[in-house]
Ligand binder design. Structure first.
Ligand code: FAD
Length: 519
């Protein structure tokens, strides 16, 4: 991936780019049916905001930023580009929480979806609307999952599939998949969408579902923003649990850890299952969640010294008013009987559903207060077939990570069931019934992110050299050949056909560097 060292403000560079591309875009916009020019911004602050993302490594400056006040504005903007002799690239930007420039559009136009969110909030219509029977919620693609949660629980219902962190936009996670500890049971977020309104790369506003315009529906889900901008998603709802029993168990043996994970995801007894590594160089609690009591930190630290790596299994079971806590405890006790965890290292909490789902927020606020949220994030997220996870453990967790000794951030490891994914959707996953997600969620300094980047590359090389059929999640590829490998021959063929059908002028989401890699 092209990575530019960002020196900002480079007004001269900006000015040049603005002059060369502004003319092109303004001419195109004059073709628009409605005057949208008052929603354009090209001041340094607006450009700066959308030239960076959570990764803070890739920086691409657009020619302009568009602040839509309605879905029609987005449609008119895309139409202008589509009908222009020289189309300009357009990237919808949800929260910019990507890590590799995916929501950027060098010299093009970034649609700041947050502007639409603000506008809808001001008007009090069109943002989040729960169906009267509580079966589904209609949400704007620009809305944040935290707001979806707060609005739906007020009505006693909520979606079932989440991400670990909720300050992400609906359109942003549905463009990838949206995974978390619920995915093994309820599927990723893209498996819980009933219908969408989208604006295609031709500027057409289309409603799609499994029954209606299904090709577009499947293309957009996990489609990396390549086919359309999501402006509304209808998401299925279930009754809100009253409370959550949240547990952690520690393992020293990876095969016992994965065996127990795989058994637990094969039955429908739990609602959430994840796993993380605990290593010496990292803190015992981290920004993703603070769980272990302070009084136990020394005990856990000495176990880590002994075993080098501990594997932490994280489980949750939801419960409702009518269920007694005694029965629940008994049920869990039976479920965990015979597991291979280290005795004496079992932890539990009982928290509200909202507190559980929003568990990462307090860590974020702490990091923000210390100025550590906006550092570079050289992340690597992978999907690994179950049959190769042991090899991955010995080669990567106990090999590369040990040798380099730089990993301090959370490393996630948990399995999912392929049967909960729909292969007609664009998301690309391994071809085995069970596969793991492994997330290296690194934070680094501004001067050493490339050490993590080098580690990420070494991990990918290890996989390739050893025939581990890994797929990147939130993928960062820089050549079309790499993207072709990512999807595999058949899926790539469909992906290209869909691109030609829905965004034939290659306008949308250039930051993914799939069809319009200008770097
Ligand atoms: P952006 O970064 O703004 O956009 C991402 C891509 O989607 C771009 O290509 C953009 O053009 C496109 N896009 C944005 N909005 C739309 C739209 N309305 N229609 C069409 N395309 C659109 N992911 C998980 O699955 N599970 C997790 O648990 C998880 N945890 C995370 C925790 C943190 C702290 C962070 C920073 C990220 C996490 N992610 C997780 C990754 C996250 O889901 C993706 O990066 C997601 O794209 C972020 O959403 P966003 O709104 O910021 O998207």
């Amino acid at each position: 991936m092209a990575q530019n060292t960002f020196q900002f403000p480079t007004y001269f560079k900006l000015l040049l780019m603005i002059i060369t591309t502004l003319g092109k875009i303004v001419t195109s916009l004059q073709l628009a049916e409605e005057n949208i020019s008052d929603k354009l911004r090209n001041d340094a602050k607006s450009l700066w905001k959308v030239s960076r993302d959570y990764g803070n490594i890739v920086h691409e400056v657009p020619a302009m930023v568009f602040h839509p006040a309605s879905v029609d504005d987005i449609a008119n903007l895309i139409k202008s580009s589509y009908s222009s002799p020289v189309p300009f690239a357009i990237a919808a930007r949800g929260q910019g929480h990507s890590t590799g420039g995916q929501a950027m559009a060098r010299d093009g136009m970034v649609v700041d979806m947050a502007a639409l969110r603000r506008e809808r909030k001001k008007k009090g219509v069109g943002g989040i609307s729960v169906d009267v029977c509580g079966e589904y919620v209609d949400v704007g693609g620009e809305q944040l999952w935290i707001d979806v949660l707060n609005e739906t629980v007020e009505n006693g219902v909520a979606p079932v599939s989440w991400t670990d962190y909720l300050y992400l936009s609906v359109g942003g996670t549905l463009s990838n998949a949206g995974i978390s500890g619920q995915s093994f049971r309820y599927g990723p977020q893209i498996s819980n969408v009933l219908e969408m309104d989208v604006v295609t790369g031709k500027g057409d506003l289309i409603t799609c579902s499994k029954q209606k315009n299904s090709e577009l529906f499947y293309a957009v889900l996990g489609g990396l923003g390549q086919f359309a901008v999501i402006t509304r998603a209808r998401i299925s709802l279930h009754p809100t649990p009253t409370k959550v029993k949240w547990m952690r168990l520690l393992y020293s043996d990876f095969s016992a850890f994965t065996r127990d994970q795989e058994r637990l995801i094969s039955i429908k007894a739990l609602d959430y299952l994840e796993g993380t590594l605990l290593m010496h160089q990292g803190p015992i609690n981290n920004w993703r969640s603070s769980f272990f009591p302070l009084s136990d930190h020394l005990r856990i630290a000495s176990l880590i010294t002994k075993h080098k790596i501990l594997y932490c299994l994280e489980l949750s079971k939801y419960y409702y008013h009518h269920q007694s806590q005694q029965n629940l405890n008994k049920e869990i006790e039976e479920l965990l009987e015979g597991m291979g965890n280290i005795p004496g290292f079992y932890y539990e909490k009982h928290v509200s559903y909202v507190e559980f789902l929003n568990r990462v927020r307090s860590g974020e606020l702490l990091l923000q207060s210390q100025g550590l949220w906006e550092v570079p994030h050289p992340w690597l997220n992978l999907f690994i077939p179950k049959s190769q996870i042991m090899q991955f453990n010995s080669g990567v967790f106990r090999g590369i990570i040990f040798k380099r000794n730089i990993t301090t951030g959370p490393v996630l490891v948990y399995p999912m069931n392929r049967s909960k994914w729909d292969d007609r959707m664009s998301a690309s996953i391994p071809d085995e019934d069970v596969f793991y997600t492994v997330g290296f969620l690194h934070s680094s300094g501004f001067d050493n992110w490339n050490e993590f980047d080098a580690q990420n590359k070494e991990i990918l090389k290890f996989c390739s050299d050893n025939g581990i059929k890994v797929k990147q999640y939130l993928a960062q590829h820089s050549t079309q050949e790499e993207w072709k490998n990512h999807f595999g021959d058949n899926k790539w063929k469909v992906f290209v056909e869909r691109k030609n059908q829905f965004d034939p002028r290659m306008i949308l989401s250039p930051g993914q560097k799939i069809f319009n890699n200008s770097s």
